[in-house]
Structure formats: structure tokens, C-alpha cells
Design a binder for this molecule. Structure first.
Ligand code: PMP
Length: 288
């Protein structure tokens, strides 16, 4: 597969793709991003990602680099140029380039996109087995609802999880409430069968997959509660799960070494995973 990136109006070989060293994305993480799944060469849930990107840009007063429709056209051209089928599209918008100074004038934003092949079929195996998570203190900034590239705390948390043989790290507030994973939203299934996920506060990223899973649950008459839960409650729950664009629904069968339920993926998680794959199939024709 050819490897081309899009940088500020140009399609360039990935290895040669570069931004200015005075880009505020590099110097200040003054930038937002999206990760979009591509199946059969088609963008999945594009509207949700485009809407979140627009909200994030507005929240930071970064100028949109182009209209949503034009952005989608660039994304599709990049997918086609890379002959990508199952892939991840990465899109980043920074405030732009300026002499380093905390205060920035109005700048022309930098837009970067890359696409890389991604093996979604591997998720099916993980769905059958389930994954483990560890919990770590949430040391991130106070606006985790904005999808900025300031991900150092997330990176360190995820690395710790992998070092300890877990798939994900759940970020936990001082009072024991779980916010979300380092790159996923966190969920449990309570004893009465209610699907529970923390509410959308500044501690939680409004996941596009989170919204799809809530919709799927309601359609299937699974009760949904957006409320906080603690690590202890999750360890004692019937089921636990994580969601994200690249996961998309994975059963969690171990939390800090404690087995969740009977240690196997539960029926509600399995149903929700199937529902999201159905959504993928409807939009893109892809089935894992
Ligand atoms: N929380 C965090 C911190 C994330 O980085 C992600 C992945 N972007 C998510 C949740 C899940 O979001 P989505 O379903 O939109 O991929």
C-alpha cells in the first residue's frame, strides 16, 4: 500500500510529511484530533467525528481549517490514494505556526491527516476472550471532554497497563470514581442488568462509540444509566466493558487482577459488540 499523508493542502509521502517546528501543536499541544475507523475504504460514523471536531475547535477558538464536507472529501481522497480498506484515519488540527509565545494571534490552522492499515478482525478474538484493565490515578487536566493532543498522562497510563500485562488503564478520581480509560470509555453492567457509564462531565471524552452503544442499548431495551461507578463496584459487577473507535466494544474480564463475573464475556457486552458490528455493516458493508 502506498503511504501518503495530507499536510496543509498537499498529499506527500508519509516519510517526508512534516510540519514547521514552530507549529503550536508541537510546542504546546495546542491542537485537537480525531481517529476515524475506515471499513471497506469507507469512513465509519463520520458525522459524529466531524461534529465533535467542530465542537472542540470552537471550544479552543481554533479556526476550522475547512468546512465539514471538504474535510470529508480530503479524508476520502487520502483513503483512496493509500488504497486503504480496513484502516484508521488520523486527523489533527493545530492552532497554526507562530514564533513561540504562549499568547497567539489569530493564525491559519494546520491540518494533518494520515491513514494506516488496521486489523479490526483481531478484535473478534479479543471479544471472545475479554481483556484485563488496571486502575491508575487520573492525573490529567480538567478538560478531558476536549480531544486535545495533550495526552501525556494517557500515554503513561496506557504504558503502565501494557507493562503490567493489561490492555487498558482506567483513570480513577481521588474518591474512587472511574472516569474512563486512557483511550476508551468505561462501562459496567449492574446486578439489575442496567448498562452504566459515567456521565458526560469535563472528566470524560464524549466517545462517538459511547453514543452508538447507548443508542444500540436503548433500541434493544437494555436500560442505560449515565452515572458514576467506583472501582469496587466495577469489580463486583456482572460485566464490564470498554468502547472506542478502534476497539470498538471489548469485554473487560479482570480489573486490577480481580475477576469480573465468571471471567468470561457476558451476554450484554456480547450483544452490544454485535450491535456495533451491525452498525459498521450497515454503513460500510464490512463484517469482521
Ligand atoms: N476516551 C478517551 C480518553 C479516548 O482517547 C477515546 C478515543 N478517542 C475514547 C474515550 C473513545 O472515543 P471514540 O469512541 O470516539 O473513539
Amino acid at each position: 500500500m502506498p503511504r501518503l499523508a495530507y499536510v496543509d493542502g498537499q498529499f506527500v509521502p508519509l516519510a517526508a510529511a512534516a510540519v514547521n517546528v514552530e507549529d503550536r501543536g508541537l510546542q504546546f499541544a495546542d491542537s485537537v484530533y480525531e481517529v476515524v475507523a475506515v471499513f471497506n475504504g469507507r469512513l465509519f460514523d463520520w458525522d459524529g467525528h466531524a461534529a465533535r471536531l467542530a465542537r472542540n475547535l470552537a471550544a479552543l477558538a481554533i479556526a476550522p481549517p475547512m468546512a465539514d464536507a471538504a474535510l470529508a472529501r480530503v479524508a476520502r481522497r487520502l483513503i483512496a490514494a493509500n488504497r486503504a480498506t480496513e484502516a484508521i484515519l488520523y486527523l489533527q488540527v493545530t492552532r497554526g505556526v507562530a514564533r513561540r509565545d504562549h499568547v497567539a494571534a489569530a493564525l491559519r490552522p494546520t491540518l494533518v491527516m494520515t491513514v494506516r492499515p488496521f486489523d479490526f478482525a483481531q478484535r473478534v478474538g479479543q471479544q471472545m476472550a475479554g481483556v484485563g484493565v488496571i486502575t491508575v490515578p487520573d492525573e490529567r487536566w480538567a478538560r478531558c471532554d476536549i480531544k486535545t493532543t495533550g495526552l501525556l498522562a494517557n500515554v503513561l497510563a496506557k504504558q503502565r497497563a501494557r507493562d503490567e500485562g493489561a490492555f487498558e488503564a482506567w483513570l480513577v478520581a481521588a474518591d474512587g470514581r472511574v472516569a474512563e480509560g486512557a483511550s476508551t470509555n468505561a462501562w459496567i453492567v449492574a446486578a439489575d442488568g442496567t448498562l452504566v457509564t459515567p456521565p458526560l462531565t469535563p472528566r470524560v471524552l464524549p466517545g462517538v462509540t459511547r453514543a452508538a452503544v447507548i443508542e444500540a442499548a436503548r433500541e434493544r431495551r437494555i436500560a442505560v444509566a449515565e452515572r458514576d461507578f467506583t472501582v469496587a463496584e466495577a469489580q463486583a459487577a456482572c460485566e464490564a466493558l470498554i468502547t472506542s473507535t478502534t476497539v470498538p466494544v471489548l469485554p473487560v474480564v479482570r480489573i486490577d487482577g480481580a475477576t469480573v463475573g465468571d471471567g468470561r464475556p457476558g451476554p450484554i457486552t456480547t450483544q452490544l459488540a454485535a450491535a456495533v458490528w451491525d452498525r459498521v455493516a450497515v454503513q460500510t458493508g464490512y463484517r469482521p
